[in-house]
Design a protein. Structure first.
Length: 281
C-alpha cells in the first residue's frame, strides 16, 4: 500500500466529545527510523504524520513566528478534520514585550489554518517564574484582547496557579487551563483533568524527574508505560457530555517517544470506545 493512501480520521470519545490526539511538534531529525520511515523526504513528514494522527501542536512558533506561506503549505499537507494548535511566541509569554507588529505577524501566520477550518487552540505556556498576582491577571486580560476571537489554552508551570480560585478566574476569562503531566518535583503542579470553555487540553511532558532541571533534550527523554497512560484514558472516559473538544498532546519528544506513546494511546482509546459501546448496548 502506498504510504500516503490512508488519511487521518476524526475521532470521538464515548460521550461525544471530538478527540484531537497528537504530539507537540512533528519535525524532529531523531524521529527518522523511529517514527518516520527512511524513504520519506522531510518535506513529506507532516503528510505522513497526518496519516497517523488528526492533530499537532506547533511549538516552533515559540522561537520564531512563521510566514503565512509556510503555514499555508502545512495546511495544504493535511486532510480535512485535522487541527493545528499553535504555541505563542516567547515575547508573548516569557519576556512579555511583544509589539503590535509581532501580534500582526502572529495572526497573519494563523490565517491559513483559520481559513481552512484547521485551527485548534492557541497555547500560552507561561514560565515557572510567572507570578500569581493581580498584575499577571491584568496581563492575561490584555493577552485575551490581543487574541481576539481565537480560543486559547493556558499552561502554568508553578503549582500556585492550580489552586481552585486562580483556575476559576482563568476559566472566567475564557481560557482553557491546560491539564499537565509532569515529574513529581517540588513546585511543579499535579493538575489532574481540568475543563474550560467546554474543552479539555492535555499536555504530557514525561516524568523524567532526574533530568528535569538539567539539559532540555534529556528532560523529555521519557517513555510512558501502558499503566501510566491508562490512568489518563480512564480520566477521559469520565468526561461529561458538556465537553465538546478534547486535545491530547505528548511532549516527550526525545527520540520519537512522543509519537510512539501517541500511537499507544490511540490504540487504548479505540479499545475504550469499543468497550463503552459494548457496555452501553
Amino acid at each position: 500500500m502506498d504510504l500516503f493512501e490512508r488519511s487521518a480520521e476524526e475521532k470521538e470519545l464515548p460521550e461525544g466529545a471530538r478527540l484531537f490526539l497528537g504530539t507537540s511538534g512533528y519535525s524532529f531529525p531523531d524521529w527518522l527510523n523511529v517514527f518516520y520511515p527512511p524513504r520519506i523526504a522531510k518535506k513529506d513528514w507532516l503528510k505522513y504524520y497526518a496519516l497517523r494522527f488528526n492533530s499537532v501542536e506547533i511549538n516552533s512558533t515559540y522561537y520564531r513566528i512563521l510566514s503565512r506561506s509556510s503555514t499555508g503549505k502545512m495546511a495544504d499537507s493535511v486532510p480535512g478534520g485535522f487541527s493545528f494548535s499553535v504555541k505563542l511566541h516567547s515575547s508573548m509569554t516569557h519576556s512579555r514585550d511583544a509589539s503590535k507588529d509581532d501580534w500582526i505577524a502572529f495572526h497573519r501566520m494563523l490565517s491559513p489554518f483559520v481559513q481552512s477550518d484547521k485551527m485548534g487552540l492557541i497555547l500560552a505556556q507561561f514560565p515557572w517564574s510567572f507570578p500569581l498576582e493581580e498584575e499577571s491577571f491584568s496581563y492575561l486580560a490584555a493577552l485575551s484582547d490581543n487574541l481576539g476571537n481565537k480560543k486559547a489554552a493556558v499552561e502554568f508551570r508553578h503549582e500556585k496557579w492550580y489552586a481552585r480560585e486562580p483556575i476559576e478566574r482563568v476559566c472566567e476569562m475564557g481560557f482553557t487551563p491546560v491539564s499537565i503531566d509532569l515529574p513529581g518535583l517540588p513546585g511543579l503542579p499535579a493538575t489532574g483533568l481540568l475543563t474550560g470553555e467546554n474543552t479539555v487540553y492535555i499536555r504530557l511532558h514525561g516524568r523524567n524527574s532526574g533530568k528535569w532541571r538539567g539539559n532540555t533534550q534529556e528532560r523529555y527523554d521519557y517513555l510512558y508505560s501502558g499503566k501510566e497512560m491508562i490512568t489518563w484514558v480512564d480520566k477521559l472516559r469520565s468526561l461529561s457530555k458538556d465537553v465538546k473538544r478534547c486535545y491530547v498532546f505528548f511532549n516527550n519528544c526525545h527520540m520519537g517517544k512522543a509519537a510512539l506513546n501517541a500511537e499507544d494511546m490511540q490504540r487504548l482509546m479505540v479499545d475504550m470506545i469499543k468497550s463503552s459501546l459494548y457496555y452501553d448496548r
